[in-house]
Design a protein around this ligand. Sequence first.
Ligand SMILES: Nc1ncnc2c1ncn2[C@@H]1O[C@H](COP(=O)(O)OP(=O)(O)OP(=O)(O)O)[C@@H](O)[C@H]1O
Length: 748
Amino acid sequence: MPGSRQHELDHEQGVVDILYARLDALRAAAHARLRAVRREGPSGSPQNRSERDAFATLYEDRVAQLDGVEERLVFGRLDLQDGTTRYVGRIGLTDDEHVSLLTDWRAPAAQSFYRATAAQPDDVRRRRHLVTRARTVRSVEDEVLDLRSTDHETAGLSGEGALLASLSAGRTARMHDIVATIQREQDEIIRSPLAGALVVQGGPGTGKTAVALHRTAYLLYAHRRQLERSGVLVVGPSRSFLRYIDQVLPSLGETGVVSSTIGDLLPGVTATAVEDPAVTGVKGRAVWKDVVARAVRARQRVPAQDVTVRLDGHVLTIRRSDVRDAQGRARRAHRPHNEARGVFVKEMLRRLADQYAAAAGLEPGEVGHDVLEDLRAHRDVRVTLNLAWLPITPQRLVEDLWTKPHRLAEAAPELTAADRALLARPAGAPWTDADVPLLDEAAELLGEDDQLRRAEERAAAEQRAADLEYARQVLTSSGAGGGMVDAETLVGRFTDGGPRLTTAERAATDRRWAYGHVVVDEAQELSAMAWRMLLRRCPTRSFTIVGDVAQTSSPAGTRSWARTLRPVFRDAWHVAELTVNYRTPAEVARAGLRVARAAGLPTSTLESAREVGGSLVLRHVAAGTVVTAAASAADELALELVGDEGGRVAVVTTRERVGAVHEAVVASLARTRGPGVADALTGGPEARVVVLDPVAVKGLEFDAVVLVEPDEILAGTSGASDLYVAMTRPTQRLVVVHERALPPGLSD
Ligand SMILES: Nc1ncnc2c1ncn2[C@@H]1O[C@H](COP(=O)(O)OP(=O)(O)OP(=O)(O)O)[C@@H](O)[C@H]1O
């Protein structure tokens, strides 16, 4: 019967079938093209081969894009006042005649799907959410925005159903996209302009990460030409966090984004060591900008005395005054230390050659090239000039600061002796995350020993210009690309005979790559030095910065956006706020807020999207039993909430206790379910029951959290923030297991 629920479902199923059929056809076409390109085999000129490789990459990307959007390809329908309907989905699809079948959620035509309200319906009469699973329409939910319309009864009246269903679904080790249920305040942020720095402040669970990733996908869509070439960098707090979010962009049809932690951002350096938070605090201070500059300058020295050398029987003097003058000249070149060294050496050799000429009775200009080369190769000349202007790597410069107290004292007089003592460590010790921005600062000031590099760059630039011209011709003559790729991008993939590199791959290996946009998640954790490092990677200062200054755990992080961002972005930044908590049940969020406020943290407004009965459980246990009690709580929750479809439980405890609690949890599960199940539940990156410290759960979420002895967490270096973070991770239930008294605010 028209208008009946079944009739509506059948109708929508028909549309969904057409859309998937179109997706399958496009996929088949991309596969066919890919096969055809590959079939051509490895023959032909290098130019032909690289052209083929470039097109193969293009079609591989297209296949990956089409595969990525399989789940819930279409999720919305707009019925407009003019009687037309428009379907909204993950990507845009058209039929063979270029008639639109599906509107990309990022297109202007889809905006009212997220923005229209009853008070401001735009031209939308009805908004319909389609809930699909594996190509089958399960339900539809309508919101009638035009209240004069007559078909009010069609179905439920709100998108809330789809939203709440997605909020209470079991969690997995991977974050999901929210494209079907983005809310208005989130959409406004997602679609805001590319230029400038946008800070998104919001309490836990307000969708900051989700919004940042959807904004990335939006920007790549709206500014594809610009960003495809320059790339987008997503910075997250840890590798496990990056793994957690790594499926979101592909599910939105975007694959070419570089994601990294600060510690992994400098090519050639891997930070593997963890250091005391107090050391991290010292290393993050803005003062290192001057300290590193002084450490570099300290490698430009005037010798204590003039040095005499002999060449061809002539006595030449490396005069202190000449060294001083030549250094001045080299500094005035305003180039990095290692690059400016060439100016210094050339100037000194010229002065020595003049002395040689005078000694040999020649005119200054008459000294031959061979004499200059002999001077350059002369051991004493080399040693003296090296001591006066030492070529040095960033690694060596920074390591010397940690291993040679006199170097640090000389470079960092503004640090106290106690601070300096904290930094000392043995030679060869592995790098830490906080070292990386200092290494990057050093790399910037030192530059590279670059004669060779400059020659290579010149050759590469010439090759690139030729490739670009060729790519333009190919794209024009073949009509290939179809708006998905431009000549510059295609050229990026022509690397004559070498590996085919995408923008993302090239960007990730080049310290001096200038990204078109940088997204920073958990941005409150970044130090002043880390901000400088990021700014160098995006000179246009186009940033999306998301975080919560109440959740800061790093001693080098911030409690005030203004304090941290003003020195970096001056006035070119503004704050938008997210205020609705979509993750945590209201009762748990309220308890988290009480604890945070009692500790004086700068919390944001936090309204919760849903109540879940019995979501906060407080369990006071006998002395000496907190670990076993926590393990049994985890065991019970796993039994109740972990199933085939999803469900994850985290036990959160102090770093010191993680090992013991993990053992207890595995032992408890082994007793109740057998060792095989215990291992399966707790092992590997997809583990369903995990034991973590508060820093490791930052940004993540679980169906249930067992919080072990909150008073112990509160006592840590950034205890209040850590506790706030830990309490606000669950989507269903927080079980607090404690022997000691509860921190203020936890129970009301
Ligand atoms: N509009 C939405 N529709 C469906 N789910 C949403 C929506 N907004 C947020 N969520 C969900 O809420 C949860 C929290 O989102 P997210 O992790 O992005 O929050 P956050 O603000 O980054 O949190 P934290 O500060 O704790 O890191 C996620 O499961 C996310 O998918």
